[in-house]
Design a protein. Structure first.
Length: 106
């Protein structure tokens, strides 16, 4: 959410501004380094970067997950769904089910 600019940054307002300025500069640098991205807005570059790198972010988040760790999700019908594959070590199945759900609904 932070990368995509959709995070509810709860905390110090000045830190939020510093973080957002840093991200904006980072994505501007990415945009300048790739001619195909020059016509995109900063938000579009962020989404583009996220689509290309979400698997690497998931791998970084779960790199030290243990064999028995799991990811739990509640379905609409109230049932619980348990996903494992070493909680992220199966890179072919990065969980993206929450990418477009507003943060306050998770």
């Amino acid at each position: 959410d932070i990368i995509r600019g959709k995070d509810f940054f709860i905390g110090h307002e000045q830190r939020k501004k510093v973080l957002e300025a840093s991200l904006k500069a980072t994505f501007h640098n990415i945009q300048q380094g790739m001619p195909s991205l020059k016509s995109l807005t900063n938000d579009e570059v962020r989404e583009y970067w996220w689509a290309l790198n979400r698997d690497q972010v998931w791998n970084a988040i779960t790199c030290s997950a243990k064999e028995e760790d799991s990811y739990l999700k509640t379905l609409n019908n109230g049932r619980m769904f348990l996903w494992n594959e070493k909680c992220g070590h199966d890179l072919s199945s990065v969980p993206t089910n929450l990418d477009y759900v507003p943060q306050y609904l998770r």
